[in-house]
Design a protein around this ligand. Structure first.
Ligand code: PMP
Ligand code: GLN
Length: 381
């Protein structure tokens, strides 16, 4: 009996496709975004402690209290927002889960959701499953800024949600206060909510400040703000993240969350709670840590035929390969993985309308030796 797909246009994600190809081909994998080094030893020790000392049964549905308190403390310190850990902070199994829950808490059948292309690939399937429709608006190269006049043109009575991602994957662009003003003027147009995908909140470069939605009480009142410990602690495989939202929104969020995953691995939550309290300097130094890697990678590519503008945030660097090839990016990324043994992410897959630009995304969350080895190949292209 054939099953009619609810996601007929969705294939396997590009991250899975490229990482598998890289593994099959023995290529250096600068495609899927994950570090090739481990999280802080003190964090690993704490998780090991809880794993071997009986913290292995179901934690509360919204997350363990010490972790929710530590998250509330962090957002208060960094962004000046006071949130109730009991009712406004929910721990999730990855930001992917948090995004899915937030979208499904808000979007009703027929609602429109504004997303910006290139758009992280998990948003649209979540909107589609909720019965909504994405309105894709382009970010404008080379700095990938939002054209707020176009956003105003796209807003109508069906607009229910705007999905914001800063620092931005895959471009590395970072919003500034003018974007906050732009968003504010759009939200004034109706009953519109915001999902803030802020998983790279600690990875900004050259003195830039993260404009978290948590900083702005009028915006926060309509927002689900999502972050992920995977990015912050170099532990992407743990899939521990959280959503901070006002109590009314968090209540709806939890209605979905409790039937998606219910909760998140207990020893990981306790270990992260300890580490967040005892080692705040880790996330305070993360921007400098990744800026050094960005500078190393971009410096090494200065001799290459790629053109690039150094990334403003995230651990991704876009490079323009237009001087080397006019092949479509997906074909080129595949071919270079097989022939040159270096894997990247084509960014056309994150667009509704294929772009005319010629960009590939490289992940520089890698040991310096890996970046040096990769750059050697890239400089020969
Ligand atoms: N949003 C963005 C922009 C991301 O880059 C990622 C992961 N790379 C996620 C969400 C998902 O995060 P997690 O692995 O915690 O589910
Ligand atoms: N967000 C990661 C990236 O951009 C991938 C996460 C995943 O594979 N789901 O590379």
């Amino acid at each position: 009996m054939p099953l009619e797909s609810k996601l007929p246009n969705v294939g396997t994600t590009i991250f899975t496709v490229m990482s598998k190809l890289a593994a099959d081909e023995g290529a250096i994998n600068l495609s899927q975004g994950y570090p090739d080094f481990d999280g802080p030893p003190a964090l690993l020790e704490r998780v090991g402690y809880y794993l071997t000392n009986g913290y292995n049964q179901y934690p509360p549905m919204s997350g363990i209290e010490p972790l929710r308190q530590a998250i509330a403390g962090k957002v208060a310190d960094l962004y000046g927002v006071s949130v109730d850990p009991e009712t406004e902070v929910t721990v999730t199994s990855g930001a992917t889960e948090a995004l899915f829950c937030a979208i499904n808490a808000v979007v009703q059948v027929g609602d429109e959701v504004i997303v910006f292309d290139p758009c992280y690939d998990s948003y649209e399937p979540a909107v589609t499953l909720a019965g909504g429709v994405c309105r894709h608006l382009p970010l404008h190269a080379p700095d990938f800024h939002v054209d707020w006049d176009r956003v105003h043109d796209a807003v109508g009575p069906k607009t229910r949600l705007v999905i914001v991602n800063t620092p931005h994957n895959p471009t590395g662009a970072v919003w500034n206060v003018a974007d906050i003003a732009g968003l504010r003027s759009v939200l004034a147009r109706g009953d519109i909510y915001v999902v803030g995908d802020e998983v790279y909140e600690h990875i900004l470069f050259d003195g830039r400040a993260h404009v978290s939605l948590c900083r702005y009480p009028d915006l926060f009142a309509r927002s689900f703000v999502v972050s992920s410990f995977g990015k912050t602690y170099h532990t992407t495989g743990w899939k521990v993240a959280y959503c901070v939202a006002p109590a009314g929104l968090s209540a709806e969020f939890r209605r979905v969350h409790q039937f998606v995953t219910f909760t998140t691995a207990t020893p990981l939550q306790y270990g992260i709670a300890d580490f967040l309290r005892s080692c705040p300097e880790h996330h305070e130094n993360l921007g400098a840590f990744y800026q050094a890697k960005r500078d190393l990678f971009c410096g090494l590519l200065a001799e290459s035929r790629f053109r690039l503008t150094p990334s403003a945030g995230t651990f991704f660097q876009l490079v323009d390969y237009g001087q080397i090839s006019n092949e479509p990016d997906a074909e080129l990324a595949r071919r270079w993985t097989v022939e040159k043994k270096i894997a990247s992410i084509p960014i056309s897959v994150f667009y509704e309308e294929p772009p005319t630009q010629t960009y590939l995304r490289f992940c520089f969350a890698k040991d310096d030796a890996t970046l040096e080895q990769a750059a050697e190949t890239l400089c020969e292209l």
